[in-house]
Design a protein around this ligand. Structure first.
Ligand code: PMP
Length: 405
């Protein structure tokens, strides 16, 4: 029998907000993947070229990783059975953490259920209400939520503006509270790179803790995809490095790298670690095998960058606004196509899908009002033919809708 809950008055404020989104043209319906993430896949029964996933290195479908997941399920079952601190720490969890710590060249690592919980769980637990967080205005939502949960005082600097970050640090330099400087390594909506080196200089000058969220830099920037810290040669200068296992690594999860004491502290105080069940063996084994592939097949990252350069160059040649004027210029495989108006962006995204291209429209509040865009992500696995076909669909659809004239 159909539920009648939606007619109950208690939730009518939600219905009203949804109606508002519908009026603005930014209400969306979830697209459903019928097969698996790949450059060509099937959403809602339609085969499309996929420019929407974070599957940078094509690992979600890699046969070796699928086999690792199946073998781990055979050997260790489907679940860990408890939170890590009670009875849910398996040998395979420790193996993954040691592997990531070696890969990142740090003392220790702890894996969380997601990149979101890694950020939020860390920021919220290491600071208190006497402390200060100096945060880039475009940092990820998980950093913002973690900062709010910490109850520390939050000071937001203009995007990538280290001079502004320094002004904020000067204002509080005589305050007794601890200071944390935090930036994304790669910003998820614009694809630009955070000024990690300059912020490290500030952290050292003002005695602040330095933290970088490398969700979109892991597997993408630096030697073998070691991330933004390697890209900027800032080894040993970043106290807390966060990464995700859900994007280039192809599976699910997040991790925090740093000193032994930092990780031991998070074992004792990070709430998602303490109060939420750990990964199943299948996910953990997949990630272990994925780090082996990062070490053994750097050519995937070379292909990713080759595809990225070609795609960006051709988008610009066709006349698309791919950032750099009213929005930051992308420097990575995330390339926004700026449209501006939310409704127009969503219409463009739907028309692209109808013409065979999956490219997500992103509007306010995920990006600022007036900066709505189609967000594209290139992978190492797209062929030149697929990229050319995607460009052709983008060009023809944009001209038909008057986005390109
Ligand atoms: N940080 C950034 C910059 C991200 O883009 C994301 C994913 N949207 C996350 C953290 C969270 O990662 P996960 O999807 O693994 O929770």
């Amino acid at each position: 029998m159909a539920s009648t809950l939606s007619s109950r008055p208690q939730l009518q404020h939600l219905t009203a907000q949804l109606d508002e989104l519908r009026q603005k043209g930014t209400h969306f319906r979830l697209r459903v993947l019928d097969d698996m993430q790949a450059p060509i896949c099937t959403y809602d029964g339609k085969q499309v070229i996929n420019l929407a996933s974070n599957n940078y290195l094509g690992l979600t479908a890699d046969p070796r990783l699928r086999e690792a997941a199946i073998q781990a399920t055979r050997d260790y079952g489907v679940g860990s059975g408890a939170v890590r601190t009670i009875a849910g720490t398996m040998k395979i969890h420790m193996e993954l953490e040691e592997k990531i710590a070696r890969f990142k060249n740090v003392e220790a690592c702890v894996v969380f259920q997601s990149g979101f919980t890694a950020n939020a769980g860390t920021v919220s637990s290491i600071l208190g209400k006497e402390d200060f967080i100096i945060s880039d205005e475009l940092n990820h939502a998980s950093i913002i939520d973690g900062a709010r949960l910490s109850r520390a005082k939050i000071k937001v600097f203009r995007h990538k503006d280290a001079a502004h970050a320094e002004e904020l640090l000067k204002e509080i330099q005589n305050e007794p509270g601890r200071k944390l400087i935090i930036t994304d390594g790669v910003f998820s909506m614009d694809g630009d790179i955070g000024p990690v080196d300059k912020l490290c200089d500030l952290a050292e000058k003002y005695g602040a803790i330095m933290m970088v969220d490398d969700a979109h830099a892991s597997g993408v920037l630096g030697k073998n995809g070691r991330g933004s810290i390697d890209h900027f040669h800032c080894h040993g200068r970043v106290d807390i490095q966060v990464g995700t296992l859900s994007k280039a690594i192809g599976a699910l999860g997040g991790y925090v790298c740093g000193s032994k004491d930092l990780i031991d502290f998070l074992y004792h105080r990070a709430r998602p670690f303490l109060f939420s069940t750990s990964h199943p063996p299948s996910v953990t084994a997949t990630c272990i095998a994925a780090f082996d592939i990062l070490e053994q097949e750097p050519e995937r990252i070379d292909r990713l960058w080759e595809n990225t350069r070609y795609f960006k160059q051709e988008l610009a040649r066709l006349g698309f606004d791919i950032g750099g004027v009213s929005t930051p210029a992308s420097e990575t495989p995330i390339t926004p196509i700026i449209v501006g108006d939310g409704r127009r962006t969503m219409d463009f995204s739907r028309a692209l899908f109808d013409n065979g291209l999956m490219a997500t429209g992103i509007a306010f509040p995920t990006v600022p009002e007036g900066k709505a865009r189609i967000r594209t992500i290139m992978t190492s696995e797209h062929t030149r033919g697929q990229i050319d076909q995607a460009l052709d669909i983008l060009d023809k659809t944009a001209r038909k809708l008057g986005i390109l004239v």
